[in-house]
Design a protein. Structure first.
Lengths: 112, 114
């Protein structure tokens, strides 16, 4: 029972363009969402988060959008850089119960 | 000065053996976790300790036993290893157990059971 789904296993974009990574969730009790980035042979590193009281959060080149009615969130990276090439994990939790549920990840490749 | 370090990085062992994975964090965090990434690439929580107290214990076989000697360490001991235990195990820590404390992960331990 996948409560957090990342339906695109991979995404390839050109350097300088926008990367859009998508995530859907099924559990309406989730109210906190995060994106993690993972390089090979390393652990995931926290990128950006958003709580359900917001619909947008921005940090430099990274913006996360949340559409609660559609149970959908997306991560926008603008402009994309080759160093952004990694696996991106979407994760969700209930605020009162810090137990993250992760998606399977999307491999982003940014081509020079 | 690695923030969350776990050892060993690779562990190859035979079925039926007992093994341990160690984790240490130097971030001064109160909460530590063990996550498992299986062959389907899902990262799933196994355990969480807050100030040495177990706060999350997912449906994990009793063969897995976490031990937290102090809040900077969380070790994972696995008895009677099975083929299905092969996975990458990630240790993580966070400032506390509240949702706005991002997890800091170690680099993982790849366990292969033959």
């Amino acid at each position: 029972d996948q409560q957090v789904k990342q339906n695109s296993p991979s995404l390839s974009v050109q350097e300088g363009r926008i990367s859009i990574l998508n995530c859907d969730y099924t559990n309406s009790m989730f109210d906190y969402f995060l994106w993690y980035k993972k390089y090979p042979a390393e652990g995931p590193t926290f990128l950006i988060s958003i709580s359900s009281i917001k619909d947008k959060n921005e940090d430099g080149r990274f913006t996360v959008f949340l559409n609660k009615s559609a149970k959908h969130l997306s991560l926008h990276i603008v402009p994309s850089q080759p160093g952004d090439s990694a696996v991106y994990f979407c994760a969700a939790s209930r605020w009162s119960n810090y137990k993250l549920t992760f998606g399977k990840g999307t491999l982003l490749t940014v081509n020079p | 000065d690695t923030a969350v370090s776990q050892t060993p990085k690779y562990l190859v062992t035979q079925m039926g053996n007992d093994k341990s994975i160690k984790c240490e964090q130097n971030l001064g965090h109160d909460t530590m976790y063990w996550y498992k990434q299986d062959s389907k690439k899902f990262l799933k929580i196994m355990f969480s300790y807050n100030n040495k107290e177990l706060i999350i214990n997912e449906t994990v076989p009793n063969r897995f036993s976490p031990k937290s000697p102090d809040k900077a360490h969380l070790n994972l001991h696995i008895n009677s290893l099975e083929l299905g235990d092969s996975a990458v195990y990630f240790c993580a820590s966070s400032q506390d157990s509240e949702s706005d404390s991002p997890l800091h992960f170690g680099n993982g331990t790849r366990l292969t059971v033959t």
